[in-house]
Write a protein that binds this ligand. Structure first.
Ligand SMILES: [Cu+2]
Length: 218
């Protein structure tokens, strides 16, 4: 064989090899995506609501789907209607996520995380549940943070802060409208009543990186 023909053959084989390696690397596997709307849902204690969880097949992914819900606060019950569900490449699979919030559930903003498992492939979606407080809401201070640190309450409700830390903390309004003063360990603040609709951010005087906010609604 001519020397040039050999070189050409080597080049052709080299390019061919690269194309097939590239193809193997980029050939995408069947997959699916999962989403939950709305992103945030507000609910008064003692009420229920539901989310839509949508699963969409990509590249003809088909499988039986199992779902799991993360830990939610006590008093909140999350049930996904998904029994025996199959995801097909033909159409989206839509589950109802039913959330029941009992009258003792803690006010605050919580994540609802749904994990779907289709044939070992796990995908998850997150939506927030904003439990609106009524009457009296307790904010616990622990490990240099407020729980909840972001809460919505009905106008006329009151908030009290309880400090579980060894360190002393405050909850002091940015606009100066309220101040728990320094709370020692296990000390409970006076109740702060929120009558006016608005957003009231607060912080801790000794630890200004500790922040929170109350949103007051009608
Ligand atoms: Cu503090």
């Amino acid at each position: 064989m001519h020397k040039n023909a050999v070189i050409l053959a080597v080049i052709v084989i080299f390019i061919g090899l690269n194309i097939s390696i590239g193809y193997i690397a980029f050939a995408a596997e069947p997959d699916y995506i999962i989403s939950m709307v709305p992103n945030v849902n507000s609910v008064y204690r003692g009420n229920s609501l539901s989310y839509d969880l949508t699963l969409t097949s990509i590249r003809d992914f088909e499988s039986k789907i199992d779902v799991k819900v993360n830990d939610v606060p006590e008093g909140v019950d999350v049930v996904v209607e998904s029994k025996g569900a199959m995801l097909s490449s033909e159409e989206d699979l839509i589950f109802k996520v039913n959330v029941k919030v009992d009258s003792e559930a803690p006010a605050g903003l919580y994540d609802i995380v749904i994990e779907a498992n289709g044939n070992g492939l796990v995908r998850s979606a997150t939506s927030q549940l904003n439990i609106i407080g009524t009457d009296q809401i307790i904010v616990v201070i622990e490990d240099f943070w407020y729980f909840p640190n972001n809460l919505t309450i009905r106008a006329g409700s009151e908030v009290i802060w309880v400090n579980k830390d060894f360190a002393a903390h405050t909850a002091t309004a940015n606009n100066g409208e309220f101040d728990t003063k320094l709370l020692q360990q296990n000390q409970v603040s006076l109740a702060i009543v929120f009558d006016k609709v608005g957003i009231y951010p607060w912080f801790c005087v000794p630890h200004p990186q500790m922040v929170g906010a109350v949103k007051v609604v009608e």
